[in-house]
Design a protein around this ligand. Sequence first.
Ligand SMILES: Cc1cc2nc3c(=O)[nH]c(=O)nc-3n(C[C@H](O)[C@H](O)[C@H](O)COP(=O)(O)O)c2cc1C
Ligand SMILES: CCCCC(=O)C(=O)O
Length: 354
Amino acid sequence: MEANVNVRDFEAAAKAVLDPVHFDYFASGAQDELTVRANEAAFRRLALVPRILRGHKPPRLGRTVLGSQASMPIMIAPTAFHRLAHPDGERASVRAAAEAGVIMIAAMLATVAIEDMADEARKVAEEPVLWFQLYLQPDLGFTEAIVRRAEAAGCTALVVTVDSPALGRNERGDRNDFHDLPPGIRCENLRESGGSVRGVVLSPEISWRHLDWLRGITRLPIVLKGVLHPADAELAQRRGIDAIIVSNHGGRQLDGTPPAVDRLRVIADVVGGELPLLVDGGIRRGTDVVKTLALGATAAAIGRPVLWGLAAGGEDGVARVLDLLRIELLNALTLCGCDSVESVPRDLVIQGAM
Ligand SMILES: Cc1cc2nc3c(=O)[nH]c(=O)nc-3n(C[C@H](O)[C@H](O)[C@H](O)COP(=O)(O)O)c2cc1C
Ligand SMILES: CCCCC(=O)C(=O)O
């Protein structure tokens, strides 16, 4: 594990150990995977212009996100099926997150139950922060029951994924005939309905009315995940949504959507300062995180890097991925002349290809 000195090394290590069908599930995106590649490429078109001789102490990385204290502005994006990466699955990832003081968004389609994830996190941290990601189901009774489970488990925010009125068309999955989980691995949050992914309904009929309904049944902060249009960000703000995650689902839903970090800038221009903005998609380096902070993000989330760490080394692998990103972020902020994550100026980032 120590031989892996950056997130990219973990990708290679994961590829070496994973069943190729499962590696493809993690790596792939929709159709031509234009957006998968665009997410990463966008960071290469943003350049950092550091300030000099600022005479400050080593930067402070701590950040409060929706009232939750995090050790750094890097969060774990919700990704399904961690037990495909490692037998310990989400138990391992949540322990690594809690130990690192990192906010983890547990996926509704996790292969470890949310109650077990929360128990696991509390073994290693006094106040671990777990948020719960939800696909709103047309069956509101089912949706409410799962919200109650997340609340009872101690989750402190609900992340509603809104970029999925249908499942994106994943051609690698089709070629591999990967459409269900192997025997022995289930969606443990769906066990009342059999635990099969096929039980999940992604419906185009989900609308703002469902968000109003959700607002009415829970006091947890509600975060919308998958916002790309500034008009939707404004609607979210007017509807009393607590934060948004600017995201194209890691390029797995609509292929041809623009890079998330480019939309962050556009959305920050409209609701920045009024609505906390999170972002995910293609973040692989501490410098990428600095770029998102300069463009107005409160925090940035990582999806695939966690799965690569998990595949390569279970809990230790995820811990190492988080640690590497922390070291990179600290180094990048120092080199930029910033003394904290709160003081990353907008003019640190310019358009500039490299
Ligand atoms: C294998 C995999 C599974 C995912 N599962 C979910 C999910 O269940 N719910 C969800 O809202 N997003 C899901 N996502 C999207 C992530 O939350 C996130 O938006 C994306 O991975 C960020 O891009 P990155 O992987 O480049 O960091 C998944 C992504 C991957 C790669
Ligand atoms: C049925 C949804 C699959 C999980 C998901 O969101 C993804 O793989 O991107």
